[in-house]
Design a protein around this ligand. Sequence first.
Ligand SMILES: C[S@@+](CC[C@H](N)C(=O)[O-])C[C@H]1O[C@@H](n2cnc3c(N)ncnc32)[C@H](O)[C@@H]1O
Length: 223
Amino acid sequence: MDTLSWARLGARVAGLDFASAAIEAARRLSEDSGVPGRFVEANVYDAPAALERERFDIVYTGIGALNWLPDIVAWARVVSDCLVDGGRLYLYEAHPMRGALDYDNPDQQLLLRFPYFSQPEPGTDMSTETYVDGPTFEPMPVHDWNHGLGEIVTAVIEAGMDLEFLREHREVPWQALPWMEFVGDGPRGADGRYQSGRMWRLPEAQRDLVPLMYSLMATRRRR
Ligand SMILES: C[S@@+](CC[C@H](N)C(=O)[O-])C[C@H]1O[C@@H](n2cnc3c(N)ncnc32)[C@H](O)[C@@H]1O
């Protein structure tokens, strides 16, 4: 859906994911909606080869992408490889401070429970659901990795990109902590369409204590 949203705005798009079900669903959506897109099934670390070394004006990723990746330095090199000179990385992602918070503290207090910095081993949790709507299943382990903001920004710069901005946000596009308040469906543009999706935020007393999301733009330096 993210990929096809870019296509609806006029971009010629390629969407990459290693989940065959996600790729099949994306192809079906593209066909049903008549919005053209190319969908490639591959591990993101193999993206340059899977995309036949094509280079792009924009690489967009986020909303729960980096937390599945063990190696942020290798990820930044892949992004850099996929960009034309002057091309841009746009990243909108969960803030690592959010990843460090205890997400089921019954006292509704902000407590640091998980490592903020990259760890060689993933954090592992037992889960009965995925992050999308759907049926619950037998508990199974879910592994993910938090990466510090400085680690991400430095990886981007060292991979050959110049930072244009780094913004930290109080709103998050899912209910990341059970006591978060629903903000609303986001602003609508002149055409009546939503410009951003549904958003949640912390209650007022906690709102300025911690960032929940960040957005980053960086430009590929000349080779
Ligand atoms: C929470 S979704 C968010 C992505 C995007 N914002 C979206 O709405 O489709 C995370 C996606 O990352 C994919 N993923 C995780 N690790 C990956 C990897 N190593 N290579 C390619 N895709 C990966 C998952 O299959 C999943 O579809």
